[in-house]
Design a protein around this ligand. Structure first.
Ligand SMILES: [Zn+2]
Length: 500
């Protein structure tokens, strides 16, 4: 009996899974279509979330291995370099997991431009065609439009001579912030505006777009460069605008670089939504795959922001002192944030934070934001964070165990109050609220747990009524309720007693 019931549940689960896969496939296709037609309905992050969910449910789904959609109006041209999708890391943790499997002596890091991909096709140095991303292997021929764009070269020239190059050059068509602001502020963002313009039949407005390049592949096999860095240098020498390139020697250096780019991002002329990390060696086989594995898009996230650390406050809970970072207000996932826990002195020291330094603040699944990285770029104006030495309640010397800074004095006031509150909570005396416990503690009437049990209604009444009411010999229902509550919890199990 139970076996067949189990099978029914299993079938149901399988059914739910298929339905979700169908739903995700439909959504991805729909958004892809609107995206490539220049009308992004959802953000990149939302699109990525759908993509990742489908990937985890159904890794072999055909949709994951074809990208883009036809716009139908242009001649279709096959790419020289297929445009696959990239592996993605949304945060340093995911990046480190990838870097663990891809240990390179050097990591070449480029800006990930937030525009529209374009492949220029050259024959003996002359521009023949410009092809949009399309479905990843076939795109639209927009050569006439591309010729109007800044940075699209009709002839490859080096030292005054035509470069005999036959193959593809890939880049991203972008609209600068100033162009967007001055002429296309009706469009939601630069990417949408660029996408719309480059696919106009009449080509109007394409002179407002700019191509920035980052990749090349000679189809006749005569590669004019031998590694990724030389590739960028060669593109630059031919006259193309190229993405900035940074060479890092360790994954942590990449993470730090990403933090510093996040910081200057808003001041850049164009939008970028992350970094692309690859190795120095060019891997043609990997690049030809639908989803190259040897490079990764290390994206920015709405859950991270850069700020400046202004001071550290120490929050006291029981006898424990916890460092709390206070920084310039930042927006994280739509919420304004100004404080983040630094956990304990060890964590604080390991991060290397200093007053005045830049910090990366994150708020992911967790409710409390935290400081993830410190960026030191102007150490002259930074100062050490003072760590309190004496307990501000009782004056005892604090004990710094690294993982915990605390007041060792068992009679320290705050500590007693903390124990009292804990007792009330564990024993579950419902009507005895936190502020009443604090008031009783401050008045001196309750200094230890057993004092709760000698309280009387008369003693509690002043905490509920003002002097006039007491003089009129009024009774407080609140006080009676609290006494009842305390008495109702006199009997308890040994485990509760010990926990309290
Ligand atoms: Zn103390």
């Amino acid at each position: 009996m139970s076996n067949s019931l189990f099978d029914v549940e299993k079938l149901q689960a399988e059914n739910d899974r298929s339905l979700r896969i169908a739903e995700l496939s439909a959504l991805i296709q729909r958004y892809q279509k609107s995206y490539y037609n220049g009308e992004g309905e959802i953000s990149d992050a939302e699109f990525d979330a759908l993509w990742d969910e489908l990937k985890s449910l159904d890794p072999d789904n055909a949709i994951l291995h074809s990208v883009g959609a036809d716009s139908g109006n242009f001649e279709k041209i096959r790419h020289i370099m297929p445009m696959g999708s990239q592996e993605k890391a949304a945060d340093p943790e995911q990046f480190l997991a990838w870097a663990k499997k891809h240990s390179y002596p050097e990591y070449l890091v480029e800006y990930k431009l937030d525009g529209a991909s374009l492949e220029l096709q050259y024959e003996h140095g002359l521009l023949r065609r410009a092809v949009t991303r399309g479905d990843g292997s076939v795109g639209d021929d927009i050569t006439a439009n591309a010729r109007k764009m800044n940075g699209v070269l009709p002839v490859l020239l080096c030292d005054g001579k035509t470069v005999d190059y036959t193959g593809g050059i890939r880049g991203e068509v972008i609209m600068t912030h100033s162009v967007h602001k001055n002429f296309f502020s009706d469009k939601a963002n630069c990417r949408n505006a660029a996408n719309g313009l480059m696919k106009r039949k009449d080509g109007e407005g394409c002179e407002n777009l700019t191509l920035i390049t980052y990749d090349a592949f000679a189809s006749d096999g005569k590669q004019p460069f031998s590694d990724e860095e030389e590739k960028i240098l060669w593109l630059n020498k031919c006259g193309f605008t190229v993405v900035p390139l940074k060479i890092c020697t360790a994954p942590q250096e990449v993470i730090d670089y990403r933090a510093s780019v996040m910081d200057i991002r808003k001041k850049l002329e164009y939008d970028i939504d992350g970094l692309v990390v690859k190795e120095r060696t060019i891997r043609y086989e990997d690049a030809a795959r639908a989803r190259p594995d040897r490079q990764i898009a290390f994206k920015f996230s709405l859950e991270e922001a850069v700020s400046v650390l202004r001071k550290v406050e120490w929050s006291i809970n029981g006898g424990t002192y916890t460092p709390v970072a206070v920084f310039d207000e930042v927006l994280l996932n739509g919420t304004t944030v100004q404080r983040a826990s630094l956990a304990n002195p060890d964590t604080m020291r390991a991060l290397g934070v200093k007053i005045g330094c830049k910090v990366v603040v994150v708020k992911r699944g967790e409710i409390i934001p935290k400081i993830e990285t410190a960026i030191h770029e102007n150490s002259g104006t930074e100062s050490e964070i003072p760590v309190p030495e004496k307990c501000e309640v009782c004056g005892s010397a604090l004990s710094d165990e690294g993982s915990r800074l605390f007041c060792p004095n068992k009679n320290c006031g705050k500590r007693i109050l903390h124990q009292l509150l804990k007792w009330v909570n564990v024993v579950d005396i419902r009507d005895l609220g936190e502020s009443l416990v604090e008031a009783l503690f401050k008045s001196g009437r309750v200094r230890c747990i057993s004092d709760f049990y000698t309280l009387t209604t008369a003693e509690l009444t002043p905490f509920f009524l003002n002097e006039e009411s007491i003089a009129a010999e009024k009774k407080s229902l609140g006080a009676e309720k609290v006494i009842k509550s305390i008495k109702s919890r006199v009997n308890m199990s040994l485990s509760v007693f010990v926990a309290g």
